[in-house]
Design a protein around this ligand. Structure first.
Ligand SMILES: [Zn+2]
Length: 312
């Protein structure tokens, strides 16, 4: 049995053994969604009250230090089972799902959420979890445990970006280097850089080049702000990188009618926008979404310059 099928089996088994997982996966069947048609692509808004923990997670150092870490093996609920993978990681069922099959993949040690030296692990995970898209939320880009290294994975054919990638409508610049494609998207509300290829070392070194360039622009951050999606298909990796310039939009911090509790992370970048409060689900407009992505995603001219460097 492949790791990918074992992980899918784990999701089924845990719903029999673990009340919280059973309740929340059953609840997912009734979540409300609405589709918004933008110019040439769709976004889905999902009303998912269980995600309030993540969307409204306090990730400042003081709050983080004050709580027991929910990803450390010693703190996992007794019903929770895991599948060891790649020596140092554990595949777990995410008990607060967005996807009909949703995994959390923490490192076994309590070490900070950083991608620079772990990008290679992310590619390996995507390869063994070939039925899933693996994703990474930077410490200030949606990770609710910025102090404990982890990835997540969601079953494929769920996020609109997968379809948009196959169509290629929003590809602006594209360059192929020794079989690896480097693609910059445009007019897609979000700044997206896609790397696709078979050669792992080449993908890692190109990612590093981008990462180092971006790092010089965000020297005050512990790492440049990023969300990343990786999938493996027919012998090739497809990596979508979303550089960010802001953690949460101003609407998040408002009170009363102006407030929108929407804290964008990888899945939102992939086209499924999670609103944990029903009022936000009902009122969030296409203009709000344009405005929020505009605030949180790296500004287009800067993004263009960064990508030009790696296309040389
Ligand atoms: Zn921990």
């Amino acid at each position: 049995m492949t790791i990918s099928s074992q992980a899918r089996q784990l999701i089924r088994d845990q719903q029999d053994e673990w009340e919280l997982a059973r309740k929340n996966y059953a609840g997912l069947k009734n979540v409300k969604t609405r589709k918004l048609a933008f110019d040439g692509f769709d976004l889905t808004v999902q009303f998912n009250p269980e995600r309030i923990r993540s969307s409204a997670a306090k990730v400042d150092t003081k709050s983080i230090e004050a709580r027991p870490c929910f990803l450390c093996p010693k703190n996992l609920p007794k019903e929770q089972k895991g599948i060891p993978v790649l020596d140092n990681y554990l595949i777990l069922v995410n008990p607060f799902p967005i996807f009909p099959e949703h995994l959390t993949i923490p490192h076994i040690n309590h070490i900070d959420q950083r991608i620079e030296t772990r990008f290679s692990d992310m590619l390996d995970l995507a390869k063994v979890l070939e039925e899933f898209t693996v994703f990474y939320n930077g410490p200030k880009c949606g990770a609710s445990a910025p102090d404990h290294l982890h990835f997540q994975a969601g079953i494929k054919r769920f996020m609109p970006i997968e379809r948009d990638y196959r169509k290629g409508t929003f590809f602006q610049d594209a360059k192929t280097k020794n079989g690896m494609d480097i693609i910059r998207w445009t007019a897609y509300l979000r700044s997206v850089l896609t790397l696709s290829g078979k050669n792992k070392e080449q993908l890692i070194s190109t990612f590093n080049q981008f990462f180092q360039g971006f790092k010089t622009l965000q020297k005050e951050e512990v790492e440049p702000m990023l969300n990343i999606l990786v999938s493996w298909d027919a012998g090739r990796w497809a990596i979508h990188i979303f550089p960010r310039q802001l953690h949460r939009p101003w609407q998040y911090f408002e009170e009363g009618e102006k407030q929108i509790v929407f804290s964008p992370a990888s899945v939102d970048m992939g086209g499924v926008l999670i609103t944990p409060r029903e009022e936000d689900y009902a009122k969030i407009s296409m203009d709000d979404i344009r405005d929020i992505f505009d605030q949180v995603c790296l500004e287009e001219t800067i993004f263009y310059q960064l990508v030009s460097e790696i296309m040389k």
